[in-house]
Design a protein around this ligand. Structure first.
Ligand SMILES: Cc1ncc(COP(=O)(O)O)c(C=O)c1O
Length: 367
């Protein structure tokens, strides 16, 4: 192959350039308004997201981790409680449980990298308070099965939708499928801002009312504090940027799905590729392939200019931070096998068809 391209794993500046003037206008509007915390711009973003996701309540918070953490606090999760989540996820899915004072209970994942409902049910004890299914890579977890388990055992379901904004499960957007959901607006996410950001969604009015106080110092109004709270609000400036970007999100997600289709078609004869099920619409925050020759393929791609990542090379149960939970290697075989065989290929809406073709050819040239 004589050709050579350089394809970074992410290139956020490409997207910024494409919207520079709109973003600059928003910066000026918020700057000139003099209001930088809460206010109309944040409320406007929250309303638009509620409409987009078809949920009743949306609250902007400081980041996706806080979104999950604040819901756990609002649901009064604390010492003595257990909350179940997937061992193959970003660490925040688990540390928020520990930060709330409860015990993270980790379980293995299925072929689609999402939590295995059968393993969830087996992990339930009298201390279990809830489940945090993660919609990893932008693919919805098995929500019908998880919700049925939750109903049987009177548990809450907190969707970790950090990677999955816009994804659909049986026709409905994720974020309205459980008790509440946490989303991240981290720059790398499908809807990203220019720093940290996140939001919570719920259809429960009482939960929303409590969360509104919790994110704002526990204040009922300017002077009266109803409960011990936190300072975790989505900056007004970031909300203004996010509102503009939200208009383009469906288009970006559609482009990621198109790229995923091209990768899957080109590569399925050589590596394990993700498979879309009839009932779901994955938004491909990551496109993860699997091969037993992972490290050699990563090196081959790197030499030829294709940058990749592994999401995630160390399952949560094997992290040093999880030592006190006493999990052992070999405990969650799928997650451990995937950790050694996964590669995330570059996937973002700005990738050109020529670049996508180059990635496919470069993977194939290895085999
Ligand atoms: C699955 C998952 N959960 C939670 C988070 C936390 O989001 P944030 O980085 O905005 O705190 C992230 C992203 O970083 C994530 O990928």
């Amino acid at each position: 192959m004589a050709e050579n391209m350089v394809i970074p794993f992410v290139d956020l500046a490409r997207q910024f350039h494409s919207m520079e003037s709109q973003l600059t206008q928003a910066f000026l509007a918020v700057g000139r308004s003099g209001g930088y915390i809460m206010g109309e711009r944040l409320e406007s973003f929250e309303r638009k997201v509620a409409e987009f996701l078809d949920v009743r309540y949306v609250l902007g918070v400081a980041d996706g981790s806080d979104a999950l953490f604040l819901v756990l606090k609002a649901l009064e999760v604390g010492p003595g409680d257990e909350v179940i989540t997937a061992t193959n996820s970003f660490i925040a899915s688990a540390w928020v449980i520990a930060a709330a004072g409860a015990t993270p209970v980790l379980v293995d994942v299925c072929e689609d990298f999402n939590i295995d409902p059968a393993k969830v049910e087996a992990a339930i004890t009298p201390r279990t308070k809830g489940i945090i299914p993660v919609h990893l890579t932008g693919r919805p977890a098995a929500m019908d099965e998880i919700n049925a388990i939750a109903v049987r055992h009177s548990l809450f379901v907190l969707e970790d939708a950090a990677q999955a904004i816009g994804a659909r499960y049986r026709g409905k957007r994720v974020g309205g499928l459980g008790t509440a959901a946490g989303f991240s607006l981290h720059p790398l996410k499908n809807l990203g801002v220019y720093g940290d950001g996140g939001f919570i969604t719920t259809n429960d009015g009482a939960l929303d009312a409590k969360l509104r106080k919790l994110r704002n110092h526990g204040l009922r109004n300017r002077d009266e504090c109803e409960m011990w709270g936190f300072n975790s609000r989505l900056d007004t400036m970031q909300a203004a940027f996010a509102e503009i970007k939200l208009e383009r999100l469906d288009g970006w997600n559609a482009r990621c799905r198109e790229i995923a289709k091209a990768y899957a078609k080109g590569l399925s004869a050589y590596v394990q590729v993700p498979v879309d099920q009839a009932w779901e619409e994955c938004v491909y925050h990551n496109f993860v392939i699997r091969t037993d020759r992972r490290d050699a393929l990563v090196a081959h791609l790197k030499e030829r200019g294709v940058d990749t990542r592994v999401h995630y090379p160390i399952p949560i149960h094997l992290q040093e931070s999880a030592k006190s939970l006493r999990y052992k290697p070999g405990e969650f075989l799928n997650a451990e096998r995937y950790a050694k065989t996964m590669i995330s290929l570059p996937i973002y809406p700005e990738l050109t068809p020529a670049e996508v073709g180059y990635v496919v050819r470069t993977v194939i040239s290895f085999f």
